[in-house]
Design a protein around this ligand. Structure first.
Ligand code: ATP
Length: 459
């Protein structure tokens, strides 16, 4: 019998294979052998990822009036990274194996497989390793035609710094009062020593970061509030609290500027790993940029007439890790009977309708009946104005259902003869069947009610 760990590895392999087979996630530059740590989101993956980002953006900037958005540049003045401490300290400890020349994160040798013999870890390999040394994770490039030290720029390793350095401009133009937040979604780059676990640890990824500025006395309370808030958000996209482990980072492990940090960790098939960090970063970030830039980043409180550098609470989440958690959470297999009563395994992604890449698939019962095809296409065109829908007329209806189950489409709408000739029970024309993904039950609905039916499921 397969052990728990084997089952989980097996599950992960199935998820990775489904992602490729159905167009969620591909290896970057695959036809040239790929590029380690870089991934492309295919047609369905791109939709899923957009839905995750839109949910986050809406929950932050639309549903609250105390948070505004920013879309900052990836390239920034190098001085930003000097001031933030990234140039000096954004390092991971690295060791080299003197035999195979492989490079590994010194703090992960126990969990990193040996490239020569993957069944054992790098730690178990008998060959000599170098002493650990610091490896800076920032990608370097040059702005302009001359490659000198002066033209050196980095691809940002986090989105947050643009928020800190634009704090004053945003404060002046949005006229927010403390406490208030600035939210941003965007690409970040880290030259990870060992990218692994599919998209979990990539070299190019996306972050959803909020910097919530406040008074010093509110920092700890707001950190707890944001933790709660973020757990609710994960629940709203389909990751239950019971699957999220909250790590209250012990004091001796906190970054020197942080007074409190919670790591939200998800039970991935490859282990319990970080999805998001919620950190109370005090006034370190604004304080350090004020010092290095010589520009005031203070807030003026009109009531108390006090001027001070605000503190900040940062919930920082990974888009790719959230997408991966959603894929892992929603992947399911169940035994069902096919059209002829034979048992088969149904693979289903049980996405919440609001994050599902396709909201409804529309089928004519038979492909060779022009009246059915025309009606199904007419419904598709109408629904397309409001939702991401998909028309499919190839293969037996059962196979079409299975294909949609596998990509998580919550509803399949079938146009059949009763649509044209009238419902057997009531005689009403222009009704279709809606088959629900999870229960596989079907019911007849008037075409005129389809849009409101789908819309109510997305709430
Ligand atoms: P880890 O300890 O896993 O390297 P971290 O603590 O360095 O993560 P942060 O700097 O707090 O991560 O970044 C915030 C979020 O950005 C993480 O919680 C994660 O969701 C995401 N993230 C960070 N690094 C990566 C990466 N290499 N690939 C994908 N997502 C990442």
């Amino acid at each position: 019998m397969a052990s728990g760990a084997e089952k989980q590895t097996d599950r992960m392999e199935k998820i990775v294979s489904l992602c490729k087979r159905r167009g969620f996630i591909f290896q970057s530059s695959e036809i040239y052998g790929g590029l380690n740590g870089a991934w492309d989101y295919g047609p369905l993956g791109a939709e899923l990822k957009r839905n995750v980002k839109e949910h986050w953006w809406r929950s932050m900037t639309q549903l609250r009036d105390d948070i505004v958005g920013l879309d900052g540049a990836i390239l920034m003045n190098r001085a930003v990274w000097k001031a933030s401490g990234h140039e000096e300290t954004f390092n991971d400890p690295m060791v080299d194996c003197k035999e195979c020349k492989g490079r590994f994160r010194a703090d992960q040798v126990e969990s990193t497989p040996c490239p020569r013999k993957p069944s054992r870890s790098v730690k178990e390999c008998e060959h000599e390793k170098t002493e650990p040394r610091a490896f800076n994770l920032m990608f370097r490039t040059h702005a302009g035609a001359i490659e000198t030290d002066d033209s050196l720029v980095y691809l940002r390793p986090e989105t947050a710094q643009a928020i800190f350095v634009q704090f004053k401009n945003i404060l002046d133009t949005s006229r927010q009062k403390l406490p208030f937040g600035i939210a941003q979604i965007g690409k970040a780059f880290r030259n990870e020593i060992n990218p692994r676990n599919f998209t979990f640890r990539s070299r190019e990824f996306e972050q959803m970061e909020l910097e919530y500025f406040c008074r010093a006395e509110d920092g700890l309370r707001l950190t707890d509030e944001w933790l709660e808030n973020r757990l609710k958000w994960y629940e709203s996209v389909g990751i239950p609290r019971s699957k999220i482990h909250i790590l209250d980072v012990p004091e001796d492990k906190l970054a020197h500027y942080s007074k409190k940090t919670y790591d939200l960790e998800y039970e991935f098939p490859f282990g319990i790993q970080e999805l998001e960090g919620v950190a109370y970063r005090t006034d370190f970030d604004l304080g350090t940029h004020q010092k290095h830039s010589g520009k005031s980043l203070e807030y003026f409180d009109e009531e108390t007439k006090q001027r001070f550098v605000p503190h900040v609470v940062e919930p920082s989440a990974g888009v790719d890790r959230t997408v991966l958690a959603l894929l892992c959470e929603s992947y399911d297999e169940e035994e069902v009977a096919d059209d002829k009563g034979n048992k088969e395994t149904r693979v289903v992604l049980r996405f919440k309708p609001s994050v599902a890449p396709i909201k409804a698939a529309i089928f004519p019962l038979l492909k060779n009946k022009p009246e059915l095809v025309a009606k199904a296409k007419e419904i598709t065109s109408a629904l397309r104005q409001e939702f991401r829908v998909f028309y499919d007329d190839s293969g037996a209806i059962g196979r079409r259902y299975r294909r949609q189950d596998e990509v998580g489409t919550p509803f399949c709408i079938t146009v059949d003869f009763e649509t044209l000739e009238g419902d057997k029970a009531t005689g009403a024309k222009d009704t279709v069947t809606i088959r629900e993904r999870d229960s596989m039950t079907q019911r007849r609905v008037p075409i005129t009610e389809l849009s409101s039916f789908i819309a109510s499921a997305l709430k």
